[in-house]
Design a protein around this ligand. Sequence first.
Ligand code: AMP
Length: 112
Amino acid sequence: MDCLFCKIAAGEIPSTKVYEDELIFAFRDIAPQAPVHTLVIPKRHIACADEIDDTNSALIARIFEKIPQIAKSEGVTNGYRIISNCGADAAQSVPHLHFHILGGKPMTETMC
Ligand code: AMP
């Protein structure tokens, strides 16, 4: 499958890795929108949140179990925002499920 994030998770395209285990890969966003901007992805291809179901929800839970550790390792100490864009109206640009961790500065209450 010709998927950018599948290739990053496989090490075929370089990235700044932050965390990896057998199921999950986390790396720095190439165009950070906050002092901390890290992406967390399942290694297995899932296009977006619309494809989460009972066959893969344990993997999503695992990602959320790891996010606090990943955020802490990136130096976030005062809170962070988790965003997952899904589909065209959300401006998803890479069709592989990912969770943005944004932090390191105070953010506005506006989310869209
Ligand atoms: P989204 O718009 O929610 O699909 O987010 C995709 C994110 O991937 C954007 O924030 C991009 O800056 C980021 N991105 C695209 N290509 C790369 C790459 N090669 N390495 C790291 N981040 C990337």
